[in-house]
Design a protein. Structure first.
Length: 374
């Protein structure tokens, strides 16, 4: 039986428990490491670490990389992770198409593929498109299927991540309480991790930026507006795992009706400005929304992403950065870095793949990483 990626233990058949996953997660953050540095970072005994290193070496996940001499006594064996030992596939589901990437164990994007979707696509049509694009992806970059950990789906919300169900996705008529994780697992024959697109995207940014990105937000503008939250060193999904519906915060109480049913939402006002050809106004509205978000969350990083935004990258970055400088009280103290994602159009798909790797290997907390692997 194929199980979903969120099922406890899913995707860990070749690992022996939490310690193995923890060591792989730590190894991703260090070019080289030895037994003593792993023991210091994890609190495991040297004997336990030796067993873990032996298992991981046997599985091909890590490999010896020389020795380190430290005075008298036996030199310490140095290890490094083997990026090509495992892979993950990430999928960005947008309202007009799907974008897939293949990543290695450290999250490096190796190849990509895309497929269009009809304007009113069904769950079956989506999975057919993903399956076809996956075949194209693996033809372009052949890898051993046994080394693919799983597949991550970054999907339009609202979305129930905990139960793997898409709940009335905005602007998509056929998506009322659809058990997408279960359907995808059965149809695609792999372990599947399902999350909101913006949460997948902010995961990618956290991987790329490391410990400095302890509190940040990814704002995506692409046939809608959403925000992925990374708070306290991890993804924040909320009580019902539907956090991030940023575009449906109200800026004008008597404004036009939004697709969510409310009036004057950021998304409907922004889209109206774009439709009128006033991109600077659209960017200004996004900046106002971002300042509201900062007043609520006090994050230190705002990353801008999404195909619609990136077409006018400089306009949006300048407008949001200006709003932050001018409208955040005590901007000299409440400092915020505003930037566009360096991953471009791959940020959601890459993040979805990284979430698969996180689920399988347990990315370590910043507290553990701060203890170092020297």
């Amino acid at each position: 039986m194929v199980v979903g990626m969120d099922t406890p233990g899913a995707g860990l058949g070749y690992l022996r428990g939490y310690n193995d996953a923890l060591v792989v997660g730590l190894a991703r953050a260090a070019p080289e490491f030895d037994r003593s540095s792993i023991a210091a970072a994890t609190g495991l005994t040297p004997q336990a670490v030796s067993k873990v290193l032996g298992r991981l070496t046997g599985e091909g996940l890590i490999e010896p990389a020389g020795v380190r001499r430290q005075g008298v006594g036996k030199p310490a064996t140095i290890y490094r992770i083997v990026p090509a030992s495992r892979f993950a596939i990430g999928v960005h589901v947008a309202r007009t198409g799907v974008r897939l990437v293949l990543t290695d164990l450290v999250g490096e994007v190796l190849a990509g593929a895309a497929a269009p979707l009809s304007a009113d696509f069904t769950p079956g049509e989506l999975l057919d498109a993903v399956d076809a694009a996956r075949a194209e992806l693996l033809q372009a970059c052949p890898v051993d299927p046994a080394r693919i950990v799983g597949l991550g789906l970054g999907m339009v919300g609202p979305l129930d991540h905990a139960n793997g169900i898409v709940r009335d996705a905005h602007r998509l008529r056929h998506w009322h309480d659809v058990p997408l994780r279960e359907l995808a697992t059965t149809r695609l024959g792999v372990a599947v991790h399902l999350d909101k697109d913006v949460t997948a995207g902010v995961t990618a940014e956290a991987w790329r930026r490391g410990d400095s990105f302890r509190d940040g937000v990814l704002v995506m503008v692409e046939s809608g507006i959403g925000a992925g939250l990374w708070l306290g060193g991890g993804a924040y999904r909320g009580a019902h795992t539907n956090a991030g519906e940023f575009g449906h915060t109200v800026l004008q109480v008597d404004g036009p009706r939004c697709v969510c049913g409310r009036r004057g939402c950021l998304e409907v006002l922004h889209d109206a400005a774009v439709a009128a050809g006033d991109v600077p106004l659209a960017a200004r509205l996004l900046g106002v929304g971002v300042v509201n978000l900062l007043q609520t969350t006090d994050v230190g990083h705002v990353v801008l992403a999404g195909a619609d935004l990136l077409r006018h990258r400089d306009v949006y970055v300048d407008a949001v950065a200006s709003a932050v400088r001018q409208e955040v009280p005590r901007a000299d103290w409440l400092t915020v870095t505003v930037s566009a994602s360096a991953l471009g159009g791959d940020v959601i798909a890459a993040g979805a793949a990284m979430q698969v790797l996180n689920a399988a290997y347990g990315r370590p907390s910043p507290a553990l990483l701060n203890r170092g692997l020297g």
